[in-house]
Design a protein. Sequence first.
Length: 722
Amino acid sequence: MGGSSSKTAGEGDEKENSPGLLGRLNAIPRAQAITEGNRRRRTSVKLPPKAVRSSPSDWPFIESCLSKLLLFGKMTFGDERRIAAEMYERSVVAGEILIKEGDTGLGASELYMVKSGEFEVLERRQGINMRVNRKARGDCFGEVSLMYSCPRSATVAATTPAVVWVLERQIFRQFVQEAKESEASQVELFLNSVPLLKSLSREEKLMLVDALEEQVFPAGTRIITQGEAGNQFYIVKEGEAVVYQSTPQGVKTVNRLFKADFFGERALLTQEPRAASVEATTQLRCLVLARDRFVDILGPLYSLMQREKSPAVVTQRLMRLQTKGTPAHLPAEVLVKRKKRVRGGAETWEVVRARGHLDEVQELRASAPQSEKQGPQVVLTEGAILGGGAFSRVSIVAEETSGRQYAMKRMRKSAVVQCPEHVFCEQTITRNTAHPFCIRQYASFQDKLHLYFLFDLMPGGDLMDVLVAEARVIKRRIAQGTWKRACFAPKVKMLKGMDEQLARFYIGSIVLALEYLHDNSIVYRDLKPENVFIDSQGFVKLGDFGFAKILESSKRTYTFCGTPGYVAPENVLAHGYNTSVDWWGLGVLLYVLLTGRQPFSSPKTDDPMVVMRRIVDDNWHVKYPPYLSAPAKDLISRLLERKPTRRLGMLNGRATDIKRHKWFDGLDWDALEARKMEPPRLPKDDSAKRLRELTDNEKKQKREPKETAEELQECEMVFADF
């Protein structure tokens, strides 16, 4: 239930004598999010000195090898050719280490393909480098590095003189994005030429672009037949076709169709008989859209044609997350008092002076004494740790005058300076969101070394803490093997997550939070149990908006970020995505809460590439344990729909379709959103063990590295407007 190195909880088919299922749940590392970022904005790649581009004679071989990889499986010939042309050669002498296990440097962003020579793959096990594989001509390694920055999982060394072709991550993602945007623009142009679709907005047409499915018809195939009722609309992508009509005088040709032509468009509006027949004269490749798919996504075409396009419809009804009111955020001086370790293990108090802005929180402003130069002065005393991530630490702080407690998130500037866009997005979004199930920011400030956020205090831990506390091992009889009937089969141990009634309360709250964010053009992108926090009453709030992003109307984003096991197919394949990834994440989250394991990690694997191959593979099906109710399985399966335009939450009803699902029968959505519903579970000391471990680990950690003067200057420049 975690990141790339996490171990999944027990499987549904564990035998009677399998020990420690619940213990394994408690041992699961908390999911680590990943991002394609962690560096400057993309710039053009310069070849290393004396490096040589791949030659045209090598391209067919390179393309055939790339096509076997996950990220290239659905790529067109032209796109593969462009990428093959960008790869360059690197010579490796015998004995040279090309990749070192644990490396996170520049080499961790490259894919290698062997042109000549041989390599051995070594993994360090119990202090010894063990050979686990060999690589020869045509073999590739480092595919995961094309998606995101992560330490290399093995060492690769040349056993003979060798040559490899190298592909840089930024080149790959740049070409994939350009290809997808170009393809979408071309199809949009096709749609613009259809008079019947003239009334659709650009955003609606782009939704249809995603819904169109490609079909190939051999020469001589009759695609539609005169007189038959039709329900599909076609756009010619490649090839030729002939249109003919049968009349009392005989058959006559009335038209010929070529690339960008369309036919059958009235099927989107009515079920009237086809006026003519269409037959492929060459192999014909078409983009096809069925009427029921059109209605699912946009509603009846007749209604769309009749509507009035008021300015309120054309213009986004969202605030664009622009601050309202004057002044919006008051400059302030913040003093942070925290304990500091000194030599000998002793602790002393230190005071850190920071500058920043307070939100419109009257009690915080009113309690702050005024300073003539800096405005209000707020004193915060740092207490116990609440959590932490790769670049951050979250702790309880108390405001000195009022005594009110908050959660303070602290980030080392030098650790996040390579991806500042995530920090500024989190600042903007949490500063302006106002929803009962979304975390709120009350202040942001910085000192010489750190950035700080002041958030709602959520003392009840997170959903992972609740899941660990609620999960249990159960026994069920399952018909399998020689046991045809379950009533005679031996009982099988399996892990069960929280009760569906409890999960319904939490998932319903998250649906409302995502609905609010999506209505405000925000995609969250990192939904998982660790990012859903529990307040003192037992309600939840969606937190950690580090990967959230504001999307412009009709736009897609291409950055790979999220947590392995939770990312959607369109995210993995770099095809561009929008809010669709959040509804996929909701499906994964629901499965995790109910079963205690991830849907794509069974059979058990610790390899993120295996998990992501399963995510994008249409033929790989999620297995459901027998104790799940039929509505729960149906909801999960409809959220884990690999094609975004078919996914629940992305249809015409958007979030309303989810709220009306049978699994939510009986849930009072208005009472839930108004927080008038009694939470089914009161906060307990679920996170105590985790927090003790965090505290112990923090004490064992070495001191933070000292930044150079140049690094400090860079940080000051990048975060000057924070």
